[in-house]
Design a binder for this molecule. Sequence first.
Ligand SMILES: CC(=O)N[C@H](C=O)[C@@H](O)[C@H](O)[C@H](O)COP(=O)(O)O
Length: 224
Amino acid sequence: MSDAVFPLRSIVVSCQAGPDNPLHGPGPMALMARAAEAGGAAGIRANGPADVAAISAAVSVPVLGINKTSDRDGVYITPTFETAAAVVKAGATVVALDGTARPRPDGGSLADLVAEIHDRLGVPVMADVDTLDAGRYARAAGADLVGSTLSGYTASGGPGDDGPDLALVKALAGELDCPVVAEGRYWTRDDVLAAFDAGAHTVVVGTAVTNPMAITRRLVEAVR
Ligand SMILES: CC(=O)N[C@H](C=O)[C@@H](O)[C@H](O)[C@H](O)COP(=O)(O)O
């Protein structure tokens, strides 16, 4: 499971749109994914079996599947084996999940979940973490890739603005013996280049590419 899933210095595009977004649904997300692939994305991150299935049928790059069970409440990113299995069945060839040490909804351990995904689904696992400690914990639990996805979204803090947590990427890359994925609030080319300078293997960009509603809102708020 330790072979790199994505090429070094690659960009993965996250194609996600919640129910409040006019682009919500597998059709729009598959089009977003095709556009991202045409632009050179090395993979697509997508949420839920319906979107993962549509995107897997539409692109030839790897689909990094997640299965959110809520919108930012406790451990909500692919918290259980069943949620992971559903997105792999839909076509995901790598699964991302919450890799923090916070209590999981089924009371299970991260190490057991990662082992079960490896054994029964045969796909690599990316752990979404919020701190260096969580990254160490997730890697020790068997995660194949570790990403900074959850920095700023848990009680453990984060950079405190709408920029990426480059310090966390640097700390993770300096210590962990696996590819580190920079994810969360990457908006610009400079952000992406800084992540690779900090040691990232891959950068996942979501909102800045695939959420015109949020991009527009950010611009509108800036000129208020
Ligand atoms: C914290 C959380 O649930 N993050 C989610 C994880 O899949 C998505 O909502 C983000 O859009 C994704 O991580 C990409 O980040 P950004 O959209 O900032 O480029």
